[in-house]
Design a binder for this molecule. Structure first.
Ligand SMILES: Nc1nc2c(ncn2[C@@H]2O[C@H](COP(=O)(O)OP(=O)(O)O)[C@@H](O)[C@H]2O)c(=O)[nH]1
Ligand SMILES: [Mg+2]
Length: 367
């Protein structure tokens, strides 16, 4: 011990006759530190007020709450959503899909910035059903939307990871509602996983856009017709430099095929367009198309009807998800299923009978 660490009048050694001694400061143990640093938890009303006041820090924390898989947080998040619900729904929800490398992030950067500059407030979310494996997707992306991320009117949130009860789907929808309550009037949702998230995103947006590339011939062959029937516009990106002519050709090809396909939205003809997300060309035209779409579908009632159906679908999806989770977690199912599975695989029991047997046991146990 250094002589400056203690008063001169203390004895050299600690001893019983002397009740106090000066102890050298010890570093905080990690558990102490955790307790020290842990933020005081916000109350629901603090969240509500913060989100409604468009406080970005509180909005981000509210989203974290919604994304949490902890039961206590889920209960809080639901109370929060309940209170915010009257302030939601006032945005235009746009989904953007396309193969990796099509330029989705670059497009969102250009389109989002364009909208911010016109006075809109833009929230960007990503849906990636595989993100629990790969980790935050937008941030791991090559294109990081640096310009948009710095814009005071924009809010970017990477993809949540799965977990129980609706996982990614529920979290993205609820995050969207929080952003709306915070005053973001355009929500852009980028799909990241290929081929698994299109249906999910279609189920939560008003306008769905497919970014495509030239070399359409091959791509068209490989592209599932199904996706083309889900979208409200096909935008051939990278229409710049040498690629410009080919993009125009691809546009014509797509338009020809679209002619024979079912349209995703009643009363709206899905068409192909070109743009260069990199140069910002064609972006304003796409915004015009989306505004036309809004006008047409709001007038015809298709817009509101879709939103109502989306809520209904969401309800049923959540019920199914809940039942599935609770079924497979039930002790009787957990106990019986492995042997039943073997019997079915070995051909000793027909599948239907095995299912019936399992359900009967489960229902008896659940009663
Ligand atoms: N020439 C050109 N390149 C582009 C354009 N849009 C995106 N890219 C490039 O294509 C690559 C993939 O873009 P990214 O936005 O990350 O695609 P994502 O995987 O669909 O999100 C990047 O290197 C971009 O710079 C465009 O309009 N023109
Ligand atoms: Mg991307």
């Amino acid at each position: 011990m250094n002589k400056y660490d203690r008063p001169e009048w203390t004895p050299d050694e600690n001893n019983e006759a002397f009740a106090t001694y000066v102890r050298k400061e010890e570093p905080l143990s990690s558990s102490m530190k955790k307790r020290w640093v842990k933020r005081k938890e916000r109350s629901i009303s603090e969240y509500v007020e913060g989100v409604l006041a468009s406080d970005r820090t509180i909005l981000a924390q509210a989203i974290t709450l919604v994304e949490s898989n902890a039961e206590r947080h889920m209960a809080m998040a639901q109370q929060l959503l309940q209170q915010l619900l009257p302030h939601t729904g006032n945005s235009l929800r746009i989904g953007i899909t396309g193969v990796p490398g099509a330029g989705k992030s670059t497009f969102i950067e250009a389109f989002g910035t364009f909208l911010c500059e016109r006075g809109h407030r833009v929230a960007v979310l990503a849906v990636d059903p595989s993100s629990s494996l790969t980790g935050g997707s937008i941030l791991g992306d090559k294109t990081r939307m640096e310009q948009l991320a710095r814009h005071p009117r924009a809010f970017i949130r990477p993809s949540p990871s799965g977990g129980t009860l609706g996982g990614v789907h529920r979290k993205t929808r609820e995050t969207m509602l929080l952003c709306e309550a915070a005053g973001y009037d355009v929500i852009l949702i980028e799909t990241v996983g290929v081929g698994q998230s299109e249906g999910m995103v279609r189920g939560m947006v008003d306008f769905f856009l497919l970014l495509a590339l030239t070399g359409a011939g091959d791509e068209l062959q490989g592209m599932k017709k199904g996706i083309m029937e889900l979208v409200d516009a096909i935008v051939i990106n990278k229409a710049d430099g040498d690629n410009k002519k080919r993009a125009e050709l691809a546009k014509a090809e797509y338009n020809q095929i679209l002619h024979y396909l079912r349209h995703a939205t009643k009363g709206w003809k899905t068409k192909a367009y070109t743009c260069s997300a990199l140069l910002g060309e064609g972006i304003a035209e796409i915004w015009d198309v989306i505004q036309q779409f809004m006008e047409v579908t709001k007038k015809s009632g298709v817009f509101m009807e879709r939103r109502r159906m989306q809520m209904k679908d969401w309800l049923y999806a959540m019920i199914k998800d809940y039942l599935e989770t609770s079924f497979f977690a039930h002790p009787i199912v957990k106990q019986t299923l492995p042997s039943l599975e073997r019997e079915v695989m070995d051909g000793k029991q027909p599948v239907t009978m095995a299912v019936q047997q399992l359900i009967e046991q489960y229902e008896r146990g659940a009663r």
